[in-house]
Design a protein around this ligand. Structure first.
Ligand code: FEO
Length: 402
């Protein structure tokens, strides 16, 4: 047993017993430039209760943190708020060690855990709004289906006013700080926004409903304890307001120009379009895909009003890096965007028409049918690019003023 990892007391009855992953840089395709944490929580009630576990490779760190406050065999109850393997990976280990009286999850969570672990242990489903007595304190459960999995739920410990919110309100950020007030506000904003864009954006209508429900329940929150990143102690109001804003996906004057380039021509077109966007009153943000990750494009798009895509044509297709980004963005279902496709080609030029078709499929309002240039753009072509940028900007200004 590793002894160098200790638990961190976060409220009267609760200790953080998670793990810090300083090294991860690719979280199922999401670029985690600042690493992450897998948060798990131990409630020291009459019936000692563990809320969530950590990713399997962090077993020793996690068990050491538990053992720093209790004998793992004293755990009576385990609650699984979310079955994804970064939170259930150590469930079999902790079940073997503690032999808990019961394991609880949402109805969909019980099914998901069965599909992950194939009957290695029984899981008792809980009702939405149901409560569980731990002797001296109670837990309350709140289903949060599709935020971001069908099984997702929140658990609330009224005695300490702690909401365990699984992935919601989380972020990928490795740190020795356990609370939001130990971290620079701009980092909190950047990482919470990136997390929202990449994990929660497709479920934005559910986020709006959840925020309304939480408001209606009128529960006091001293702490909101997610499964990744810092625990909200001082700035939960800030992130709750940000979630409400991000869920609306109201267009802004920001125009994301994402492109790749083979011999520099599509890049020149992108820069000319950016000039036109700025002249027309938009705020261009250029993302060259050489060196950028799909998850950075998603993060940029969260507070944008336009998506412009530049692709060369290679072997009768759009550039593979654009294919990757489109596949990813289509799944995230961004809304309320306008846009256009552009690019240089050599012989056949299918790239731009393919990009146009995908933008249409994503319900992006197209400002142009696509602008293609053979080989190298001349001054006239670049002037047309500027005009395209200006047209997009003018439409954005109209939309934002509406
Ligand atoms: Fe952090 Fe959906 O798992």
């Amino acid at each position: 047993m590793l002894t160098s990892f200790g638990a961190v007391k976060i409220s009267e009855h609760v200790h953080w017993v998670g793990a810090v992953d300083w090294e991860i840089r690719d979280f199922h395709g999401y670029a985690t430039d600042r690493g992450t944490t897998y948060n798990a929580y131990l409630v020291l009630a009459d019936k000692i209760t563990l809320i969530d576990t950590v990713k399997a490779p962090f077993r020793d760190e996690f068990l050491a943190r538990i053992a720093s406050v209790v004998d793992p065999s004293d755990i009576s109850i385990i609650v699984s708020n979310h079955a994804e393997m970064d939170h259930s990976g150590c469930l079999p280990d902790v079940v073997d060690l503690s032999k808990p009286d019961q394991i609880f999850a949402s109805k969909m969570g019980a099914k998901a855990l069965q599909s992950h672990f194939h009957g290695r242990f029984d899981v008792t489903p809980v009702e939405d709004g149901g409560t569980l007595s731990l002797g001296n304190v109670d837990l309350q459960f709140l289903e949060t289906r599709m935020l971001h999995w069908p099984d997702s739920m929140f658990t609330y410990l009224a005695a300490d006013e702690v909401l365990f919110s699984q992935d919601a309100f989380g972020m990928h950020l490795a740190s020795t700080e356990r609370f939001d007030d130990g971290i620079d506000e701009s980092v909190l904003y950047e990482e919470a926004a990136k997390y929202y864009a990449n994990i929660l954006m497709p479920y934005s209508p559910m986020v709006t409903k959840l925020l309304a429900r939480v408001k209606e329940l009128d529960l006091p929150f001293a702490l909101v304890a997610p499964d990744h990143g810092p625990i909200w102690r001082s700035r939960f109001g800030m992130v709750a307001e940000d979630y409400a804003k991000w869920a609306e996906q109201k267009p802004t004057l920001k125009a994301v120009v994402v492109y790749d380039t083979m011999w520099g021509s599509t890049g020149r077109m992108a820069r000319a379009i950016a000039d036109g966007l700025a002249v027309g009153g938009a705020r261009p943000s250029l993302i060259p895909l050489q060196g950028s990750n799909r998850s950075d494009v998603a993060a940029e798009l969260l507070e944008a009003g336009a998506l412009l895509v530049g692709t060369p044509t290679i072997n009768n297709n759009m550039f593979p890096s654009l294919g990757d980004v489109f596949l990813y963005l289509r799944g995230l279902r961004p809304r309320n965007l306008i846009g256009a496709a552009f690019g240089s080609y050599g012989w056949s030029g299918e790239g731009v028409s393919q990009a146009n078709a995908i933008l249409k499929e994503m319900k992006v309002e197209l400002v142009s049918d696509g602008f293609s240039v053979q080989f190298v753009p001349d001054e006239k072509d670049l002037a047309e690019c500027r005009t395209l940028g200006q047209r997009v900007a003018e439409r954005l200004v109209e939309m934002v003023d509406d």
